[in-house]
Design a protein around this ligand. Structure first.
Ligand SMILES: CC(C)(COP(=O)(O)OP(=O)(O)OC[C@H]1O[C@@H](n2cnc3c(N)ncnc32)[C@H](O)[C@@H]1OP(=O)(O)O)[C@@H](O)C(=O)NCCC(=O)NCCS
Length: 190
């Protein structure tokens, strides 16, 4: 099975989640502020959920269906969040997703990590379209997508149901021909 790639940006190392990260992953993903605007994060979030998440990401990469990586500090390797692409190979498109631990918000980490993922998706995975959907009202996510050069395409009304309440899904997307790299990144050799 091919290993997940490691991508370096000026401040970050995007790398596979590891066994030793799982307690921290459970802690960061378990925050109510992260749960609130995500669909696949269980609550409470246990270490077993974290382990399952790690295995699913490894399988997804092996099948060519996803590239989901930890966002770690380049200096020191502290894990801070996650970023990834869910790939639809037949359509050459992917869905971008990300979250960052609350204590690390508003320092540009999501934008830096997602910018590198867009570059990898268009440059290395040969994708043509990368989109992301967020809960209406999630202004931080909207801002990240705008900073990445993604365009707002529309709203899927009440497409999300979370804890019994429906929410609009706001869609942003970018095409390969529109992408202008905003962050320098390299692949770390093994
Ligand atoms: C969305 C999220 C990943 C952003 O992470 P981050 O590392 O803080 O993002 P960045 O620092 O790169 O950019 C955040 C931007 O949003 C802005 N922002 C933050 N809160 C905001 C708010 N309430 N209203 C408007 N803008 C806001 C910041 O000012 C910043 O923009 P700027 O650089 O122009 O000042 C983080 O808030 C998060 O994990 N939220 C919970 C999970 C989630 O929503 N994931 C996305 C699902 S689509």
């Amino acid at each position: 099975m091919a290993n997940l790639p490691t991508i370096l940006t000026p401040r970050l190392r995007l790398r596979a989640w590891r066994e030793g990260d799982l307690p921290r992953l459970a802690e960061l993903a378990g925050a109510p502020e992260v749960y609130r605007f995500t669909l696949r994060i269980p609550r409470p979030y246990t270490i077993e959920h974290a382990r399952q998440f790690m295995h699913v990401q490894r399988e997804a990469w092996a099948k060519g269906e996803g590239l989901i990586l930890a966002i770690a500090r380049r200096d020191g390797d502290e894990v801070m969040g996650t970023v990834g692409l869910e790939i639809n190979r037949a359509m050459d498109r992917a869905e971008l997703g990300f979250w960052v631990g609350v204590e690390h918000w508003n320092r540009g980490y999501a934008t830096e990590a997602a910018g590198a993922m867009l570059g990898y998706g268009f440059g290395n995975l040969g994708l043509n379209r990368i989109f992301a959907g967020h809960f209406a009202g999630n202004e931080a996510s909207a801002r990240v997508q705008q900073k990445l050069g993604m365009k707002r395409e529309g709203v899927l009304r009440q497409a999300f149901k979370k804890d019994g309440t429906y929410h609009d899904d706001v869609i942003y997307a970018i095409l390969r021909g529109e992408f202008e790299p905003g962050v320098e990144w390299t692949i770390q050799s093994e």
